[in-house]
Design a protein around this ligand. Structure first.
Ligand SMILES: [Ca+2]
Ligand SMILES: [Ca+2]
Ligand SMILES: [Ca+2]
Length: 236
């Protein structure tokens, strides 16, 4: 006589909170305290084209080089474009290791951030943020004469060296207050960094954190994903 028995494997649903937050750290240049050999800085083609039309442009330089530092040149800009950024960035920091060269016009040096796209040839008009490193007082087409500088006190002069870490969600403005560049970072997916122009850069590091994925409900059955599976076994 036959004895039929149906066996079933019940799906056990488990709620799994996915915390897949993949922070990304992108470093341009090598953190080697300006040691030779130098490392290449790579501006995008669009950024380079725009810079070449910039009135104060005299050339670009690689990392670790400037006047008086490893026989580099003065009056050159260290320009680099970070590309391939993840979407949905909720925090970002930019770290810069800098040393002033021997040109006394290091006093007028600073940083400019932009998102230059192909066809945008006016560099100045497309700068999203700029600050002097130290107080200058003279001002320029790039920097506000009243800017106290990122150092907050003192001047950026030959021999000056600093590591700046900038929060791109709250960049300090020369006149007070802050600027949030995260919307532009998410919109464009890249970031141009320009250090001018009597200052050497050891390296630049951009660290970004994208938004966490939402919690997901995943079926888990002894390591095998089985839902609604019915196992039938017959016995005689
Ligand atoms: Ca080096
Ligand atoms: Ca200068
Ligand atoms: Ca370096």
């Amino acid at each position: 006589m036959g004895n039929r028995r149906f066996g079933s494997v019940a799906g056990i649903a488990a709620i799994v909170a996915v915390t897949n937050v993949q922070a990304a750290s992108l470093t341009a240049g090598i953190e080697d305290n300006f040691a030779l050999p130098s490392e290449p800085a790579t501006p995008s083609a669009a950024m380079l084209t725009a810079l070449q039309g910039f009135a104060e442009f005299a050339g670009v330089s690689d990392f670790d080089l400037n006047g008086g530092i490893n026989n580099g040149q003065s009056n050159v800009q260290v320009a680099h474009t970070f590309t391939g950024l993840p979407g949905g960035i909720i925090s970002a920091t930019l770290t810069l290791s800098l040393r002033a060269g021997t040109d006394t016009f290091a006093i007028s040096d600073g940083i400019a951030l932009s998102f230059i796209q192909p066809g945008q040839t006016d560099y100045l008009a497309n700068i999203a943020y700029s600050r002097l490193f130290g107080a200058d007082g003279a001002g320029s087409i790039l920097f506000d004469a009243n800017d106290p500088g990122l150092l907050t006190s003192g001047q950026w002069v030959p021999g000056s060296q600093a590591m700046f870490t900038l929060n791109l969600a709250a960049l300090p403005l020369a006149g007070g207050g802050t600027l949030n560049l995260l919307p532009m970072l998410n919109s464009f997916g890249f970031l141009d960094v320009n250090i001018s122009d009597d200052t050497a850069v050891d390296f630049m590091r951009l660290e970004v954190t994208p938004v966490p994925l939402p919690a997901a409900i995943l079926p888990m059955v002894s390591g095998v994903l089985l839902l609604g599976f019915k196992r039938r076994r017959s016995a005689c």
